[in-house]
Design a protein around this ligand. Structure first.
Ligand SMILES: [Zn+2]
Length: 248
């Protein structure tokens, strides 16, 4: 059985001056998914690829998992889909998200630039012209290549989901943006590796809450979406480093 690994394209928050926004490539059996998609995604991929010694570009990305619609997680979708459509001339690729996340992706985000409401043919354009949309409610799963994907709503300021992604017999749990929610951590705890966000403020998880978790959870937990002044040296949970590959 092959390896299931993640590549850290970015580990920072929306305000970071040091890192790209939190984004991963998931890799198994020669297939790759993006977990969120900030701009400029091709530059972000290229730099991570240089860091790990494996060329990375959109032509080898097979789909996207989308956690929520904050710009630091979705600002690359327009460039991504235009690049796939006009430059690579490939069919729309899978985009997996919860129905509440998908609800305003077109009308509240992409329509203004990709459909332009006043164009005569605007009504003929839709999300489905650019993405193979796969709606993922809680309690169900979606298969994309070798990846089985499940989701769980988090406690954030807009609809947001965590993901459990299984491939090669291993499971990655990804908290996405969320306040501290013990029930969500229980859901993620079934995973072999948990990538959890930490940051300041109400819609995020304070580091102290995660540091107080049982050692067996902390040992398989990695941190992402941390602030620029996060204290790596004193963290009792390993922070992910941008531009690295981690085997799950
Ligand atoms: Zn957010």
């Amino acid at each position: 059985m092959g390896e299931f690994s993640l590549i850290t394209l970015g580990v920072g928050d929306a305000f970071s001056a040091l890192y790209y926004s939190s984004t991963l490539v998931l890799e198994a059996e020669g297939s790759r998914l993006l977990l969120d998609c900030p701009h400029p995604i091709r530059k972000i991929l290229r730099e991570a690829g240089q860091s790990i010694g494996t060329p990375l570009d959109l032509d080898t990305i097979d789909g996207i998992l989308l956690t929520h619609l904050h710009a630091d997680h979705v600002s690359g979708l327009e460039g991504y889909s235009y690049y796939v459509h006009y430059i690579l001339k490939q069919q729309p690729k899978p985009l997996v998200a919860h129905p509440d996340v998908l609800e305003y992706l077109w009308t509240g985000h992409l329509l203004a630039s990709m459909g332009y409401p006043k164009r005569e043919d605007a009504a003929e354009r839709s999300l489905n012209d650019f993405f193979d949309v796969k709606t993922l409610p809680e309690g169900e799963s979606v298969q994309v290549g070798p990846f089985t994907v499940e989701c769980h709503l988090t406690d954030h300021v807009i609809p947001t989901t965590a993901f459990r992604v299984t491939a090669c017999g291993r499971t990655l749990g990804y908290s996405a943006d969320t306040a501290y929610v013990p029930e969500l951590i229980d859901w993620l705890a079934a995973s072999d590796m948990i990538v959890h966000e930490t940051n300041y403020g109400v819609p995020h998880t304070p580091y102290e809450k995660l540091a107080a978790l049982p050692a067996e959870l902390r040992e398989k937990m990695r941190l992402i979406h941390y602030p620029d002044d996060f204290n790596h040296a004193e963290s009792v949970i390993e922070p992910l480093v941008q531009g690295q590959r981690y085997v799950i």
